[in-house]
Write a protein that binds this ligand. Sequence first.
Ligand code: DQA
Length: 147
Amino acid sequence: MKFLVINGPNLNRLGLREPAIYGSKTLTDLEMDLLAFGEIEQIEVTCFQSNHEGDIIDAIHEAEDQFDGIVLNPGAFTHYSYAIRDAIASVSFPVIEVHISNVHAREEFRHTSVTAPVTIGQIIGLGFKGYELAMLALKERVGGIQR
Ligand code: DQA
């Protein structure tokens, strides 16, 4: 089973960015943890981060032939990118949305996700753990289908 983990804008700043909200660990720490978790769970994990909407859209499209599912943290694009929403809707594999922080306990504009309706679900506010939980849920969803 192969999953792509996509982190959107400003998530390359993890560890430096608002540590009281996002913690002190870096994106590299997160990606290393996810690769190690993948080995334990027998999931091939590929990680990608971009600050650019079009690059995220391209990554979602290109994943169609290569991956069984995506764990996606769209960052602030969550709240307004209809283009990312349409990209998710255009692919046939499952996508789970993850947010490190509890967006519902934050500013009003973070309470809306335009991308969530085309994902199979969201995991919110559980820190880095949310990505692992998303992979477990995807693994169960994808079941025996191997690539
Ligand atoms: C975030 C929440 C978004 O509102 C914010 O813009 C981010 C990170 C999260 O993981 O908590 O960049 O997606």
